[in-house]
Structures are given as structure tokens and as C-alpha cells.
Design a protein around this ligand. Structure first.
Ligand code: CTP
Length: 454
């Protein structure tokens, strides 16, 4: 996958800095993976600390792979050289940002109860602390939480990045949704930009873990569609589009790099297809063929990523022999099946338990405003929608780069900078891996609840 966080961009606003991210047990924990990346984009080296409940939402392997540093999940955890992990973090970071911070964590911190690695590191550090709460709106409004936030801000001098108002994981809405990643990054930069780098000596910082393969999709089956569909007019001509398949192929490479087994449903592509044994390639020329191939592959899939540019119309009839120029040609077009919306619908209606449903990712190639994208996300019933303006320079068909906005069903909107298609693929898979972790955790919690009721 991408470079370790310690060896990222030069010239970023966090060049040479070490930032500790404290992750606590909120449904928004998966968003911390994106925070790691954004801080790395600014040049920071990042190390992650987690409370035990955070590890129920996102596996520590995800953060170890993204940061290349050991993840501190235990107050008593020792590094391989016997130093105490959270103390090394506390002594070397330029800032600690706790995101998401739960009501429980705010209370622990306000009273100095150092029962987890995040609180312990905050108590032990002289570096500034930034806190981004995330919880249910009523919880955030409760006088206990308000008092704890006030104590952290006014008593300890911590910077609070207020949560946003909007729809919440509970289904209700209110002020409690984790602030958007760019706002948290800006808060970190604003907090430390005037202070010198705290610990430039690499030996005093947390060690790097061996460059392991990022295996956060190990054992998962990911279905990716790529390229454009081609609808025949006659045996030699078709209605097609400009899609080359680059984005889909980048997604496949990224997914196998993270341990997934991949089915690539390939339409009309103009880039070489992967030959890795972890990838099964299924050719699907027309929309109807792609629809069938996707439905065949989706049975045991953990994610479907529809990167293909699917034709919206096809000739009602295709001529059996090549049409000649002297004939007048009038095409009678009919709409094609909407593959993604169809899959989403049949999953909702079907037998597959919610806990086993694949994560659905759509793409929306727009020209001009991306305002229609949020509507498309709802209309298609997908978990994530990756929208880009294909008319923008460096973005869209045939380019090696892409500037996308990732919209999620929870209402969040993540605007990424111009990145290579591979990097965009990694960002999308960060979200998919996080969503799968959350799905599995929810299923386990449900099973335990059922068991205790029985
Ligand atoms: N898609 C699909 N089947 C179709 C058309 C699109 O599965 N017949 C998928 C695409 O692969 C993409 C997403 O739906 O992941 C959005 O595609 P887009 O062409 O932007 O959406 P449309 O449904 O065509 O919407 P509109 O033309 O109204 O913008």
C-alpha cells in the first residue's frame, strides 16, 4: 500500500512532526484511519493509541499497517526494547489528538482515571492535546459531558474540536457527529505550528514495525467492476464510453495487496488486466452480461465496488449483419438495468442477514457540481459513493490521478486532494475495511446479546 506515515510528503505543514492519535470506542473509530492518512499527507509521522473498546470497532492491525508503528492498546504494554509504549509516545509526540472521543473517555480524562493507554498518554505528556468528541446528541448535551468537556478545555488547556450536527449512528440527529477530518487536521496544525519539533531523534520515538503486508482485507472477497460496457449496434459497432478501467484495476491491485480475494468483472478496458492468482477475471462486455456476472459473484462477497462506467441505454435490437452507409440509421434505445441499485434492492429483500451483507460502493462520474451525488447515494442504496468531476483536469477517464469526494450513508462527506488512482483506491479500501470491521463487531455484539437473553 502507500508509504509508511514516517516517510511521507516533504514540504507538508506537519513535516518532521510526530502526532499521536488516541482512538476510543465509538462507531466513528473507523474515521481515525482517514485521519492518519490526512496527517501523513501533511508530512506527519503518526502513532496510534487505542482504548480496549476502540479495538472492538477497528482492528489494531489496520492502524499498525497505516502508521508502521506498534499500536498502544494496553497501559502495561512494553515495546520490544522493554520501554513502556505509551510513555515513549507521551515523551516524543508533538501533539495527541483524541478522535473520536467518547463520553466515557471524556469522563475518565476529566478525573484522571488512567485505565487505558489513551488517557495514560495524555496524563503523561507535556505535548498539547486536541479532543474531537463523537457521541449521541443527548449524551453530548448532558450536564456531565458538558462539565467534562469544560474541564478538559478550561482546566487542562485542551483544544476541543466540536462535533457537528446531523444524522447520528443511533438514527437520531443532534450535535454529536465527529467533526470532519480536515477540521481536525487544521486544529492540530493550528495548535503546534509555532512550537519546535519535540523529539527529532528517531531513536527516542516509537519504533517502526517490520514492513508487513497490510492485511486488513485478509479472507475477504471483494468484487470490483472496471471499464465501460459496450452495447452492440451491429457485429462491429457498439455504444461505449471513455472509461479505460484504470480506477477499477487500481482497486484490484490495492485489494489484493491488502489480502483480499478479488473477482474483477471487466467491461471494455484499455489497460492490462491483473494476472495475480488472487484475482478471478470475468469478462462482461454488455450491461446485461455485467449484471449477471456481478450477481453470480456477489453470493459470498464482502464488498462490491462498481467502478465500471455502465451504459444507461442500449439499442433495443442489434443488427445481425454489419450496417452499411447507404442505409439511414436511427437507433431505438432502451434503458439498461441499473446493476448497483438492483443488487442493493435484492440484498434488502433477500435472505442474507444484515450482518453478512456486502458493503456497496458506487462511483458517480459527474460534470460540474457534485450536488447530485448525495441524492444518487440514497437512490442507489449504497454505503459509499465516490464522486468525481470527470471534466476537471487530472480527474476522470484515462488520467492517472483523480480528485474524489467520498460520501457515506451516515451523511459524512470526505473531500480528498488530487491523488494517484492507486492512492484513491487505498482510501476507498480504508473505508471498506473499516465498515467491514464495524459490521462484524455489530454482528458479534448482537450474537452476545442474543445469547445472554436466551
Ligand atoms: N451503475 C450501474 N448500472 C447502471 C448505471 C450505473 O450499476 N445501469 C453504477 C455505476 O457503476 C456507478 C453508479 O451506478 O457505480 C453510478 O453511475 P452513474 O452513471 O453516475 O449513475 P446513473 O445511474 O447513470 O445516474 P445518472 O445517469 O442519473 O447520473
Amino acid at each position: 500500500m502507500t508509504a509508511p506515515t514516517g516517510s511521507t510528503v516533504r514540504g507538508g505543514r506537519l513535516d518532521g512532526r510526530l502526532i499521536g492519535i488516541g482512538v476510543t470506542g465509538s462507531i466513528a473509530a473507523y474515521k481515525a484511519a482517514d485521519l492518519v492518512r490526512r496527517l501523513a499527507d501533511e508530512g506527519a509521522d503518526v502513532v496510534v493509541l487505542m482504548t480496549p473498546s476502540a479495538t472492538r470497532f477497528v482492528g489494531e492491525l489496520t492502524f499498525a499497517a497505516l502508521t508502521r508503528h506498534p499500536v498502544e492498546t494496553d497501559v502495561g504494554g512494553l515495546l520490544p526494547d522493554q520501554r513502556i509504549g505509551h510513555i515513549v509516545v507521551a515523551d516524543s509526540v508533538d501533539a495527541i489528538v483524541v478522535a473520536p472521543a467518547t463520553a466515557h473517555w471524556l469522563a475518565s480524562m476529566a478525573t484522571g482515571l488512567a485505565g487505558d493507554a489513551v488517557t495514560a498518554a495524555c496524563l503523561a505528556t507535556k505535548a498539547p492535546v486536541i479532543v474531537a468528541p463523537a457521541m449521541d446528541g443527548e449524551m453530548y448535551a448532558h450536564p456531565a459531558t458538558r462539565a467534562n468537556v469544560a474541564r478538559l478545555r478550561d482546566g487542562f488547556g485542551y483544544r476541543i474540536v466540536e462535533p457537528e450536527s446531523g444524522p447520528l449512528a443511533s438514527g437520531q440527529s443532534g450535535q454529536g457527529r465527529l467533526a470532519e477530518t480536515p477540521a481536525i487536521v487544521e486544529a492540530v496544525i493550528a495548535t503546534i505550528s509555532a512550537s519546535p519539533i519535540r523529539e527529532p531523534d528517531a531513536a527516542a520515538r516509537p519504533p517502526l514495525v517490520a514492513a508487513t503486508q497490510d492485511a486488513d482485507l485478509d479472507g475477504r472477497h471483494v468484487v470490483v467492476t472496471a471499464g465501460g460496457t459496450a452495447e452492440p449496434i451491429d457485429p462491429v459497432r457498439f455504444i461505449g464510453n471513455r472509461s479505460t478501467g484504470k480506477m477499477g484495476v487500481a482497486l484490484v491491485a490495492a485489494a489484493i495487496g491488502r489480502g483480499a480475494r478479488v473477482t474483477l468483472v471487466a467491461g471494455h478496458v484499455s489497460v492490462p488486466l491483473p494476472t495475480d492468482p488472487a484475482v478471478q477475471v470475468v469478462a462482461a462486455e454488455t450491461t446485461a452480461q455485467m449484471d449477471r456476472a456481478v450477481r453470480d459473484a456477489i453470493g459470498d462477497a464482502d464488498a462490491l465496488i462498481m467502478a465500471a462506467a455502465v451504459a444507461d441505454f442500449r439499442p433495443r435490437r442489434s443488427a445481425a449483419t454489419k450496417l452499411t452507409r447507404d442505409e439511414r440509421l436511427q437507433l431505438d434505445l432502451e434503458p439498461t438495468e441499473d446493476i448497483l441499485a438492483g443488487v442493493a434492492e435484492s440484498l434488502v429483500a433477500g435472505e442474507r442477514a444484515a450482518a453478512e451483507r456486502p458493503i456497496l460502493v458506487g462511483f458517480a462520474a459527474e460534470t460540474g457540481s457534485l450536488d447530485r451525488a448525495a441524492d444518487k447515494l440514497r437512490r442507489k442504496g449504497v454505503d459509499l459513493l465516490v464522486a468525481n468531476d470527470v471534466a476537471e483536469a487530472g480527474s476522470g477517464f484515462g488520467t492517472d490521478t483523480n480528485r474524489v469526494v467520498i460520501l457515506a450513508a451516515d451523511g459524512s462527506r470526505d473531500e480528498l486532494p488530487l491523488l494517484s488512482k492507486r492512492e484513491v483506491a487505498e482510501r476507498i479500501l480504508d473505508r471498506v475495511a473499516g465498515a467491514l470491521d464495524a459490521r462484524d463487531t455489530a454482528a458479534q455484539t448482537e450474537a452476545v446479546t442474543q445469547e445472554s437473553r436466551a
